[in-house]
Design a protein around this ligand. Structure first.
Ligand code: AMP
Ligand code: GLY
Length: 436
């Protein structure tokens, strides 16, 4: 079949890499794609916000199935428009995409259905939001209601910081995203990314993963889209997976069906593993980036039948197989990210880096200029590796990073460190008879 993938980041490169390997794929297109995706797919210069243009392209090229990577087009209803035009599409429709598109919507859904999440209130006026902050004290978290490209959440350490965040959000800095906000309780603990493929009724959990959100080593610096990830994580063992499915994912699916917005697509639950158990921080209606990269490395089964079954309501007949190996990815970003950064610096030696055993380099923000690869975004490369365990996966990924010649880039040097320490403690605990 002919497939069109929408998006142009590392997540989409990993999806393209996986889908290009499927015997079901005849032609694979990607809009807009990037220099790495161009090796797997025919990149097309389409404005994916222009739904009519996307539909026109699908008709011209006999596209049978559209896979949507990022949340923007999902929240804008691209699946509704494609399906109305008779083109099959993977991902939630606009009503179901509210799970990411409106934090207030999701919080209310959690409250109404007993889904564990931080205590919260929704506000449309600054005075009331500030009064609530003063009553609750800090630390406290302030979130713009709508999509804000990762800039809509402030974890405030003091009430003054929270009040400044409220002014920023209502002040119009985030345009449409900031007409409403949520103020919520600060949750302590480690975060995990949980993914389930859903078909409206059935949810199939995918492999577990953990992201590294802060820009710098030691979880310091500003929040980013994610600076590295690994899979699996012992934070989500099979018992925890079943608990998250029973307490968070399944009730969400039932609730979405009840309100007439059955959820199809990947449901990505950002979890906080608190002392009281897992709590939902937020939902995303797409694969995580860079978590998708490590999931695709470990997925043995063909991805396409699973994506089609999600769309067709047939997931109960799908069983996905995963490699037992660990996968880890290191994000290389342009210096300055997540703030201002320069484009068009030259990246060299990618082939030598990709030759390290077990390594796949997914491009996140690159473009081809003749024979040269240029940086074309904040997050630029995802240097990813499989290993028999996380230590080997990490060592291979960093060996590849060391071969890349890109002085204008940076990466974290501690991706997977906490997981590796956890593993070591477990082994030490077993050796002395303590721990579990
Ligand atoms: P979100 O966009 O909602 O995932 O928030 C971005 C990041 O802010 C999360 O990954 C967490 O690191 C942090 N965060 C969000 N909500 C909370 C919370 N209630 N307590 C602690 N940290 C939070
Ligand atoms: N890695 C975090 C995200 O995709 O939102």
């Amino acid at each position: 079949m002919n497939i069109l993938l929408l998006g142009g980041g590392g997540r989409e490169h990993a999806l393209a890499w996986k889908m290009a390997a499927s015997p079901l794929t005849s032609r694979l297109f990607c809009a807009p794609g990037n220099a790495g995706i161009a090796r797997e797919a025919e990149c097309v210069d389409l404005d994916i916000a222009d739904h009519e243009a996307v539909i026109g392209f699908c008709r011209d090229q006999h596209v049978d199935f559209v896979v949507v990577g990022p949340e923007g087009p999902l929240c804008a209803g691209i699946v509704d428009d494609l399906e109305a035009a008779g083109i099959k599409a993977f991902g939630p429709n606009r009503a179901a995409a509210q799970l990411e598109g409106s934090k207030g919507f999701t919080k209310d859904l959690c409250r109404a259905n007993g889904i564990p999440t931080a205590a919260y209130e929704r506000f449309r006026a600054a005075d009331q939001a500030k009064a609530y902050v003063r009553a609750r004290g800090a630390p406290i978290v302030v979130k713009a209601d709508g999509l804000a490209a990762g800039k809509g959440v402030v974890v405030a350490q003091t009430p003054a910081e929270a009040e400044a965040a409220i002014d920023m959000i209502f002040g119009g800095d985030l345009s449409g995203a900031g007409a409403e906000l949520v103020v919520e309780e600060f949750l302590g603990g480690e975060e995990a990314s949980f993914f389930a493929l859903c078909d409206g009724d059935v949810a199939l959990p995918l492999a577990s993963a953990q992201d590294h959100k802060r820009a710098f080593d030691g979880d310091k610096g500003p929040n980013t889209g994610g600076m590295g990830a690994y899979s699996p994580t012992s934070l989500v063992d099979p018992a925890m997976r079943d608990r998250v499915m029973a307490e968070i994912v399944q009730p969400t699916l039932r609730a979405m069906k009840k309100i007439g917005a059955p959820y199809k697509g990947v449901l990505y639950a950002g979890l906080m593993m608190t002392a009281e158990g897992p709590k939902l921080i937020e939902y995303n209606v797409r694969f995580g980036d860079p978590e998708c990269q490590v999931l695709m490395l470990r997925l043995q089964s063909d991805l396409i039948p699973a994506l089609l079954a999600s769309r067709d309501g047939l997931l109960k007949s799908i069983d996905l197989r995963w490699l037992p190996n660990a996968a880890l990815t290191v994000v290389m970003a342009a210096k300055g990210y997540p703030g201002r950064y320069a484009k068009d610096s030259v990246i060299e030696n990618l082939e030598a880096a990709a030759a390290v055993e077990g390594v796949e380099i997914f491009h996140a923000g690159t473009r081809q200029d003749g024979r040269r690869i240029l940086a074309n975004g904040g997050r630029v490369l995802n240097v990813s590796a499989l290993g028999t365990d996380i230590v080997q996966a990490r060592d291979r990924a960093y060996q590849a990073v060391a071969r890349i010649n890109w002085p204008e880039g940076f990466c974290r040097h501690d991706i997977g460190r906490r997981a590796i320490e956890r593993e070591k403690n477990k082994i030490a605990g077993r050796a002395t008879g303590f721990g579990s």
